[in-house]
Design a protein around this ligand. Structure first.
Ligand code: DC
Length: 235
């Protein structure tokens, strides 16, 4: 990591952390913000999805309830998988043995398996370390559930996006993944022991229930503009 990408005094990487439940608009807004502010985009959920995909590919069971021996098997798999961080089209992704499973990680079976994988504390500890490794790619916009609280608690700017559950269900239905990714998964995300979804105390909370993506984006952009004026973000 070069010093140009770090906070002058503390040598912190420049990070915009965007957290929130599913269908709160994180993905679209994070990608747009990253492109406009010259940052690498990181979808931390995709990292958990890649491990869930690899778990299923390896023939391991990945459903609740999970026996300790099954959990141990996934952790062992993670410790020896050949996963590398690569920047592809301005975003950091895991490749596994050189392969980028772009489509596969969005399948229904991965959708069902990923919250199970993401609940395992030893997996979260490893993932958080890899997410921090992304600082090698320069300034970041990273989206997830625990970015502002666990991964980068000193991020220069933190957004927490929210929307009413009914509106989020509608958005998921429009994307064709109602039910599987909705309230059940959010409940697991909100109640796990480590990395639970909650807003950081210093997060800018935006409820976008009644906003268009453009309106939410303008609010986020104006906060970024203020940071630039204050010298907390590279001009
Ligand atoms: O954002 P997503 O739908 O791609 O996330 C997939 C799963 O990973 C979801 O169950 C939440 C979980 N996740 C997490 O636990 N921590 C993160 N930082 C990002 C995602």
């Amino acid at each position: 990591m070069t010093q140009a990408f770090c906070d002058a005094a503390l040598r912190l990487p420049h990070v915009v952390a965007i957290d929130g439940p599913s269908a709160s608009g994180k993905g679209t807004l994070a990608r747009r913000l990253a492109a406009d502010f010259g940052c690498t985009y990181v979808d931390s959920g995709a990292m958990y999805r890649t491990l869930a995909w690899w778990t299923l590919q390896s023939g391991l069971r990945c459903e609740k309830p999970m026996r300790p021996s099954e959990e141990d098997a996934i952790v062992r798999l993670m410790r020896r998988w050949d996963a590398r961080l690569r920047v592809i089209d301005g975003a950091a992704w895991f490749t596994v043995a050189g392969y980028f499973p772009r489509e596969e990680i969005r399948s229904d079976r991965v959708e069902r398996a990923v919250p199970v994988v993401a609940q395992i504390t030893r997996i979260r500890v490893w993932m958080v370390a890899r997410q921090r490794d992304c600082a090698q790619f320069g300034p970041l916009v990273m989206e997830g559930r625990d970015i502002g609280t666990e991964v980068f608690p000193l991020a220069q700017v933190k957004f927490f996006l929210e929307a009413d559950a009914a509106v989020r269900e509608q958005r998921l239905a429009q994307r064709g993944n109602a039910g599987s990714a909705g309230s059940g998964r959010d409940a697991m995300d909100a109640t796990r022991r480590k990395g639970a979804l909650y807003p950081a105390l210093d997060a800018i909370r935006i409820d976008n229930t009644h906003q268009t993506p453009d309106e939410t984006y303008e609010i986020m952009r104006s906060h970024m503009g203020r940071l630039r004026v204050a010298g907390a973000w590279p001009a």
